[in-house]
Each structure stands twice: as structure tokens, then as C-alpha cells.
Design a protein around this ligand. Sequence first.
Ligand code: SF4
Ligand code: SF4
Ligand code: SF4
Length: 443
Amino acid sequence: MAKIVLTRNPFIKNALKSRYPQLAVFIVMLVGYIFAILAGLIGTPVGSHNFSIVFVWIAWWAILILVAVPFFGRGWCAVCPIPLPGEWLQRGAILAPPDKKPKWLNLRVPKMFRNIWLQNISFLLLALFSSVLLTTPNITGIVLAAMLFAAIGLSTVFERRAFCRYLCPVGGFIGLYSQTAPIELRIKDKQVCVTCEGKPCYNGSSAGYGCPWDVFPGGLTKNTYCGLCMECIRTCPHDNIAVNLRPFSADLAKPSTRMDEAFKAFIMLGSAMIYAGVLLGPWGTLKDAAYNVGSSAWFVYAIIFLAIIFVILPGFFTLGILNTKNVLPLKQRFASLSTALIPLGLMFWVAFSLSFVLTNASYILAALSDPLGLGWNLFGTATTAWQPMLTTVLAPAQTLVLVGALIWSARTAQKAANEVKVSSIPVIVYSLIVTSIMLWLLL
Ligand code: SF4
Ligand code: SF4
Ligand code: SF4
């Protein structure tokens, strides 16, 4: 399928170029986010009746993992409220660049942190404490507030969006999976960038800000670190930026060679499998261990969690590709071939989330009418009884998703294996084994 240039349509282009539609969405999101923090802190402690738990971990999560990431990549980042207050403070403006910039430190993030290891760690921290986070409103409120304040703090010390680029626990996996999305922002003509003076898309101009994600749009080849903020559409004086519709997983044709990104794929794959076991499986002891944070059982659970992600899954993967005779270093083959786990991990999360979300979706209507659990009935839906939805189609849908995941992963493995000139069979067998385990955990 050839690319379709969406920004050729003047309505789409003007809507993306103007700051006002984006600002309107930002304000709604920011109000919702602050309300989620307040609901978490002052609302009912019963998680299933508190806006912060129900809207963040059920409604937002469902939209993010089932729709936003698979179809729009970093589309969520384009409207996410978390970096806004910090960014507005850093810029000294809410809309176009002001005449006089505020004097913040504007430091460059040290080189050793310019990767996604911190995002890997922050995600793992949330994952290890997720059983408490997903059920305790005030913990959710505190975590949401902490993310907002961390983003503000980093904006006053470092240039651009340091929080989004290097620390956000959500941004790391959105970036990884955004490579599979059928949407991209790219330049139209490389030659125009070569001769472009001042590179305002990166350095900023009176028309807009330099790329907040510290990306040079002229060199973009993957979605991973482009936050779709649309700033470069505003600043490019040569109209050389386009938003395109493209085939799914186009970015995966050129595998990454970075270990931080490879481990992100293992972290996400392993977490989906562990969550499926803990939250949906029949093992009471496992559930108790995950929920009793700080107990000795929890420490054992945490060690096993980390061992699965950092030793068992990558260990078997390495054993599988060891025999692949090749002059390339093992590290490079490991990183490149792990690209096959990106579509697999995304689909594992889709399959897991279908269960989780359909089981709990009925809480959304009740929380909408009584978001703080104070006995309100704003829309007459406060007494909606809990009941799992679409139970008869759940298992076939999950099976279909996992079969699709395996085919997608196998095709990606073949492309990655061609790039590094090895056989794709070990990776396909590995994907088959982990998919079978996931199927067993879910059904
Ligand atoms: S990286 Fe995180 S904080 Fe930044 S826009 Fe994306 S989700 Fe929001
Ligand atoms: S401003 Fe436009 S033409 Fe210039 S380097 Fe950036 S994308 Fe290329
Ligand atoms: S300025 Fe352009 S390249 Fe940079 S994050 Fe925004 S949309 Fe992506």
C-alpha cells in the first residue's frame, strides 16, 4: 500500500497547524487529569467507585491500548496533559513563542541518560506496585500528581520535554509500539532539509518552538521519539512536513540495534504475561503475593517478576539465536531480532486488556454519575450493577488476537532476520512458545 499524505487535505493541515484545536483538547485533558488526582486523594477509598481508578485504569487504558497506540501510535502523547504545565512554564507562553523567553536553566540532559533505561525502570516500578496502584485511589492520585510535578521540575532544569523523552513510564512503551501504527510524521523531501537555513523545525522560530522531543524532523525514520506535537508543521518555512497514512508496522522493516529498546520489548512482553497470570489466573497465592506489597511473599514475587523479564525471557531468546552463524556481534543480532517481539507484545497487551477491560467496563457508568463515591447520581447511572460484558465473544476474540500476533511477529522476524542475514526460525519458534503460554494463561 502506498502512503496517503493526510496533510494534503487543507482541512486536516490547517487543523493540525493551528494551535487552537489542540489547546481546546489540552484543556479538557488537563481538567480531567487534575480531577483524577483530586478524586484519588479526596474521593471514596473504594477503587471500583472512584473516578481516578475507573477512568484512568479502565477507560483510559482501554482507549490507549485498544485504539490509540495500535492505530495512532503516539497519538495519545499529542494530547497528553502531563507535560503541559511544565512546558508552558518553560516557554513562558501557552500558545505561540513570546517575544521574551523566560530564563530557565535549559540544560541538556546528560548523555548517559539519553536513552530509555530510565523509562524502563520507571515502568517496572509501576508494574511491581501495580496491584496496589490499580486498586487504591489515593496511591493513583499521588502517582498522577508525582508525574505532573516531575514533568514541571524537569522542564525548569532541562531543555525541551526531558520528562517525556527520558522518564515517563507510559511514553516508553507508547514509543516502542508506535512503530507498528499506520500513521507517521515525516519530511516530504530530504533535499529541501539539506539546504534549509537555520533548521527552525529543530531550533525554533517566531512561528513556533524547536522540536520539544529533541528530534530533528529532517532525520526522522521511526515514530519512536516523535510525540506528534505538530510543532514542526508550524515552524517549517518550506512546507516540508507531512502526516501520512501508511501500512502497519512500516518502521519495523529496519530493526533497531539499541539494547535499551530491545529490553523494552522484553519488559512489555513479560509484563503482559505476568499480569495475565496474576490478575486473570486462578492462583490465589500468586495474587496474594502481588497484593501484599512489602511482605516477604511480595519480595519473592518481585524477584521472580524481574527474573522472568531480565533473565528467563531474554535468556531463552539468546539461546535460540546463538546457533545462528553470523559475523555480526551477538548483541546486535539480539537487539535486531527482538524487533519481532514488538507486534507480539502489543497484541499480548490487547488480548490481556480485552479481558480486563470488558470485565470491569460496567464500573465506568457508575463512576460517571458518582465520580467521588459520595452518593451523587449526576446522569442517573450511579446504580449500574457490575457485570462482565461480551463474555461469550471474549475467548474467541483473544484467540484471534494471539494468532494474529504470532503471524505478525513471524513476518517481522523474517524481515529482521533478512537484515542481519540469519535464519528467522529460532525467533518464530520462540514467538510460538510464548504465544502458547499466553493463550494458556488467558483461556
Ligand atoms: S511521554 Fe508520557 S507524559 Fe509525555 S506526552 Fe507521552 S504519555 Fe504524556
Ligand atoms: S525546517 Fe523544514 S525544511 Fe528545514 S530542516 Fe526542518 S523540516 Fe527540513
Ligand atoms: S516537532 Fe515534529 S518531530 Fe518533533 S515531536 Fe513534534 S511533531 Fe514530532
